[in-house]
Design a protein around this ligand. Structure first.
Ligand code: ARG
Length: 559
């Protein structure tokens, strides 16, 4: 049941000549203060059309409004203030949650439209950066949210495993590489070699030519080059998988840029056929109307990031027949994606309208970008380990007798990092602070997890026997109920705006409402209403756990 929709249904019965149901839903407000009612319907926008004062319209509406959920209506300053029958509404909502369990809030109106989500996509032979962490957690959550909204998500890790930089790395490895050291610590050593290469190339530009030469060899399948490339790729994947394992994230495909190497010719062919490929300075480009030209082939005949993205788009449409394709990539690549989508449009592919770039802001440390350049790296694996370590210390202090400490510390540590990222609207830059993330109070992952664990403990202690959805109509339980009721709407908004922070904010709100209830009510008191209170607690555990799941965060029963 959706209360807003129910109310809109009756309002539309009265106002159908003037407003659509959707308009009514968007007009319905929640009054700032509860004594003004549970919902308010403003009549100002109708005044002109009806040539009556808002107050008069509100009075008419109020006189005709009847639904079983409404206890009373009051007309105040052009608003129809609506007071709901708390006990009827509560029991409807609780029944629904307890019946649907984790499927509560699921929108199944869609018929499994396939949604491709391209996310994480780190570059091999480089450490996993903070930017890639952001893409990883945002993308993973969006995939879960899409599924909850009835889509069929396909998670693709478009590894950066192709490009001139690997030619350069090969040159550096051959010139200065120490095999032993690289085997010991591949990512760190390869990064060092890459940094050395750039330093040396400043004085010796011919190194760049050598790099290009080796990349060309790689594109031409030269055995030695391919061998080295494979080695770099495998070692990198081992490192990346450690991070994915810690975060509990998996992919449907690791087809990275290299995968499209043999699919590029066809793209070039198609572009030629459409007469879109224009020579420019020895290179080949596609001219675009609203953006700078998209470079397809370089002077030396090697291809580019953009070319591979075009090939990937074609391949994905043919393979998966996607309805939507999302690219979760930092906002510095805005132009790149605009160019890709425009080229596809020029090629005449209508399906490109289902593609979208989902940009996000930077992770800052002390107000500055956390960068991997010049060897200044923050190793993500280390960050996660530290978060887990700190979480373990917290648990030791708070609950030394917990038997599953290690596992819970992992869930809380990683949950803290993920939540800190997802609670901000994705386009904002965020400041990285382990200390802030791990607090048990305030708007943190551990706070929500702790609230969930507290509710679970009440259920254990209180021994819930039978569901009893009849509810006391007191203010703080009503507040919990209303928050529970708004979960499906949050789920939908998170999808419409591709914004996991909707869900993060939602679980914070529910935690706050529940903790207020907990503080004002003796939940376990032995009286006639104990089972009703426990039923409410049970509903809260279901929705908190499901909300956390949509963010990619576990909800331990105890912590
Ligand atoms: N590897 C790229 C980077 O780190 C991100 C790839 C994003 N996906 C794509 N299809 N272009 O910048």
């Amino acid at each position: 049941m959706n209360i807003k929709v129910e109310m809109a249904n009756s309002l539309v019965g009265i106002l159908h000549e003037h407003l659509e149901k959707e308009e009514i839903i968007s007009l319905l407000e929640i009054p700032k203060s509860a004594h003004l009612g549970d919902y308010a319907f403003p009549c100002f926008s109708l005044a002109k059309q009806l040539r009556k004062s808002p107050q008069a319209i509100a009075e008419e509406v109020a006189a005709n409004l009847t639904i079983p959920l409404i206890e009373k209506v009051k007309v105040v300053n052009g608003y129809v203030n609506i007071f709901l029958k708390k006990s009827v509404v509560s029991s409807c909502i609780l029944k629904e949650i307890i019946h649907k369990k984790e499927n509560y809030g699921h929108h199944s109106i869609r018929r499994n439209g396939t949604l491709i989500i391209d996310f994480s996509s780190p570059n091999i032979a480089k450490p996993f950066s903070m930017g890639h962490l952001r893409s990883t957690v945002i993308g993973n959550s969006l995939a879960l949210i899409a599924e909850k909204n009835g889509y069929k998500p396909i998670k693709i890790n478009h590894l950066g495993d192709w490009g001139t930089q690997f030619g350069k790395l090969m040159v550096a490895y051959q010139l200065w590489g120490d095999k032993e050291k690289v085997i010991q610590n591949p990512i760190k050593e390869l990064l060092k070699l890459y940094v050395t290469f750039h330093k040396e190339a400043e004085n010796n530009p011919s190194l760049n030519d050598q790099g290009r030469y080796w990349f060309k060899k790689l594109e031409e399948n030269d055995e030695e080059a391919v061998e080295l490339w494979k080695y770099f790729r495998e070692e990198s994947l081992k490192e990346f998988n450690k991070v994915y394992e810690m975060l509990g994230i998996s992919f449907d495909s690791f087809n990275g840029e290299a995968f499209y190497n043999d699919k590029i010719e066809r793209v070039i062919h198609l572009l030629e056929k459409e007469q879109l490929l224009i020579p420019s300075d020895g290179a080949m480009v596609v001219q675009l109307d609203d953006f700078p030209p998209c470079l397809i082939k370089k002077k030396d005949g090697t291809t580019l990031y953009a070319t591979r993205d075009l090939a990937a788009a074609l391949y994905r449409q043919e393979t998966y027949k996607f309805e939507k394709a999302l690219y979760v990539v930092g906002n510095e690549q805005m132009l790149h994606f605009k160019q890709i989508f425009s080229v596809l449009a020029k090629m005449g592919y209508d399906w490109q309208t289902g593609m979208a770039h989902i940009p996000f802001g930077m992770m800052l440390k002390d107000g500055k970008k956390m960068s991997t350049r010049k060897g200044k790296v923050v190793l993500l694996e280390e960050v996660l380990k530290e978060a887990i370590e700190l979480a373990l210390q917290n648990i030791e202090e708070k609950n030394p007798r917990l038997t599953t400490k290690e596992e819970v510390a992992k869930q809380v540590g990683t949950g803290a990092v993920i939540f800190h990222d997802l609670k901000h609207f994705r386009l904002s830059d965020i400041e990285f602070s382990l200390h802030d993330m791990l607090r048990f109070e305030g708007e943190t992952g551990p706070y929500v997890q702790y609230t969930h664990a507290r509710a679970c403990s009440l259920l254990r202690k209180g021994k819930m026997q039978k569901m009893d959805e009849q509810l006391l109509a007191d203010e703080s339980s009503w507040n919990v109920i209303k928050t529970l009721e708004s979960f499906p709407e949050s789920v939908k908004r998170a999808m419409d705006n591709y914004d996991p922070s909707e869900i993060a904010k939602y679980v914070i709100e529910l935690s706050k409402a529940f903790n207020k209830y907990y503080a004002s009510t003796r939940i376990l008191k032995e009286d006639d209403h104990k089972q009703q209170r426990l039923t409410l607690v049970y509903a809260v555990t279901i929705v908190l756990k499901e909300g956390l799941r949509l963010l990619g965060i576990a909800a331990p029963q105890e912590m």
